[in-house]
Design a protein around this ligand. Structure first.
Ligand code: ATP
Ligand code: MG
Length: 303
């Protein structure tokens, strides 16, 4: 397409010169024809470039359509029960990812107002159990309960409001720190955000940033250390302030000083709440009222 553009411009130039030389057109018409002709190339070039843009557009469309075709694992319950109780339990629970069995005949209870610690070897299914308690998946057999209700019968929105969670890896968005925190409570005031950040021991870090809470985070928070990401995850949980607190290795990336500050905040925060605390650290687990030892693959958990 560039060759065509160049050739036709040269052709126009020589034709114009020829006609001008033979007094068939004036200088004005000569220049006007050149300008007018060159301004017609924009749409022509855009059309010629369509093929390059088209393939990436089709690629993007394919990715979006794949997402639409994704089967829903858990159907949200819109009009279900909203139990008062914050006690949770699992009964005869069995769960497998595809055909890889992870949990079998697991029965545990997480009493209201108590901190239940869970420890066990890496890969034994602790995070999986937490996902089942949040109903990210439904179990293949047995039940997970909130109060007396099967989680399947509990209104999903209500469950999300009731539970605060710190995942093993905090999910951060390419947005400002403030908006990342607001994901946990969209209508929170700056004062509430500051209080949550203080409890999560991330306030001094935020104050040290030039733009404070308005600092933009890089993609998936790659501009932060693992410990900072984890503390942002904790600040979110403090901000959300649900009756049930689910913590998956909340201190794994923290130094002793930060761990101490956070455990003290947790201790205060946990009063009257149901807390599930997964950890490999003895210091963190010592905050639990009782500890469950999970054993690899459907071994009987001892409470
Ligand atoms: N989405 C998934 N699809 C398939 N298998 C999975 C998935 N998530 C976890 N697993 C497998 O399930 C098993 C239990 O994983 P889980 O994350 O529950 O372990 P964990 O006890 O939390 O371990 P860790 O202490 O290392 O965090 C592991 O063998 C893991 O490979
Ligand atoms: Mg885990």
């Amino acid at each position: 397409s560039l060759a065509i553009v160049t050739l036709s411009m040269l052709f126009m130039l020589f034709l114009g010169l020829y006609l001008y030389r033979h007094d068939q057109i004036g200088a004005q018409s000569f220049f006007a024809s050149l300008v007018l002709q060159s301004s017609t190339f924009g749409p022509f070039l855009a059309l010629a470039n369509l093929s390059t843009g088209l393939s990436s557009t089709l690629g993007a469309a394919r990715r979006v359509l794949t997402l639409f075709d994704e089967e829903v694992t858990v159907r949200e319950n819109e009009k279900g029960a909203c139990p008062e109780s914050s006690a949770m339990a699992v009964e005869n629970l069995a769960f497998a990812y595809d055909d890889q069995a992870i949990l079998e005949s697991l029965s545990l209870s997480f009493p209201e107002g108590k901190i239940t610690g869970i420890e066990g070897r890496s890969g034994c299914g602790k995070s999986t159990l937490l996902r089942l308690l949040m109903r990210f998946f439904d179990p293949q057999a047995g039940t997970a309960r909130l109060g007396d209700e099967n989680l399947k019968d509990v209104q999903t929105d209500f469950l999300r409001t009731k539970q605060s969670v710190v995942l093993q890896e905090s999910v951060l968005f390419t947005d400002t720190l403030r908006n990342n925190l607001l994901a946990a409570k969209p209508d929170a005031t700056d004062k509430e955000i500051r209080r949550a950040c203080k409890k999560a021991s991330i306030d001094t870090f935020i104050d040290s940033l030039d733009q404070g809470l308005d600092t933009m985070l890089a993609e998936s928070g790659s501009s932060l250390s693992s410990g900072e990401k984890q503390r942002i995850g904790l600040a979110r949980a403090f901000l959300h302030d649900g009756d049930i607190l689910l913590l998956d290795e909340p201190t794994s990336n923290l130094d002793a000083l930060n761990e101490g500050t956070i455990l003290r905040a947790l201790d205060e925060e946990a009063k009257g709440k149901t807390v599930v605390l997964i950890s490999h650290r003895k210091g963190t687990l010592s905050f639990a009222d009782h500890i469950i030892e999970m054993e690899e693959l459907h071994s009987h958990a001892v409470q």
